[in-house]
Design a protein around this ligand. Structure first.
Ligand SMILES: [Zn+2]
Length: 238
């Protein structure tokens, strides 16, 4: 079993191996620094079935194994990080976030879902910068914007501290120059999770709570649908 996002249905599912891994010809193996095929890195490919009962479509997964240390490919495959085809670009929606920021955040997730970690992080940083600006924060740099949002009580001290924590763990939402840092998919995942939490705290949760309050007020005023008398025939809203 291997777990991934199914490129067909978009669910995170377990993939059941239905065709054992077989070795691909050396022409598609990775090359070493000199440009010749790395004989220690044969590439194996296998077929998998999606376990979502409304999908069950096939995907192929492949990876290069390290020949000197590899066990049986069939047993080793579930432990490896595989490349997958097809891949589904994930584009979540952020309905209560200003349109341009929401579109950029969605694109950051699309990048991550196809393994484009640097692109994902670059866009996530742009989202955090724009979020600060949208809330009137003028300070330069991402971490100082995050701190200013904390000082204005728009985000909690915990959120600001989490940004610090991610920074200390290595790659940061607040790192200055994306060109010279290695970014793994795991780093990018953590940074995007932080971005999502920030958008939730700054835009989505207040909007949701405001709707709840509005509903309470309308209910008090007897204006909620269902509490009124039915409109007379031919009258009332369509
Ligand atoms: Zn599926």
């Amino acid at each position: 079993m291997a777990s991934t996002i199914c490129g067909w249905c978009g669910d995170r599912t377990h993939m059941t191996m239905v065709l054992d891994p077989y070795e691909l010809p050396p022409a598609v193996w990775p090359t070493d620094r000199s440009g010749s095929r790395d004989r220690d890195r044969p590439v194996y490919m296998a077929a998998f079935k999606c376990s979502n009962e409304n999908c069950e479509r096939l995907s192929v997964g492949w990876t290069s194994l390290h020949r000197p240390t590899m066990g049986h490919p069939k047993h080793q495959f579930p432990r490896e990080r595989l490349e997958w085809e097809p891949v589904k670009a994930r584009r979540p929606e952020f309905p209560d976030v200003p349109e341009q920021i929401a579109a950029t955040a969605s694109e950051a997730h699309a990048c991550l879902s196809i393994g484009a970690a640097k692109g994902a992080v670059a866009l996530a940083r742009a989202v955090v910068e724009a979020t600060g600006k949208a809330k009137g924060v003028a300070s330069i740099g991402i971490q100082s914007k995050i701190n200013a949002l904390r000082d204005a009580q728009i985000i909690s001290p915990l959120t600001a501290a989490t940004s610090e924590r991610i920074r200390k763990d290595g790659n940061s939402i607040a790192h200055g120059d994306i060109g010279d840092e290695p970014i793994s998919v795991d780093d990018a995942t953590a940074i995007l999770e932080f971005m999502d939490e920030l958008l939730d705290e700054v835009f989505q949760r207040p909007a949701k709570l405001q709707r709840l309050q509005q509903r309470g007020e309308e209910r008090k005023a007897g204006n909620l649908p269902g509490q009124q008398l039915p409109p007379a025939p031919g009258g009332g809203p369509a």
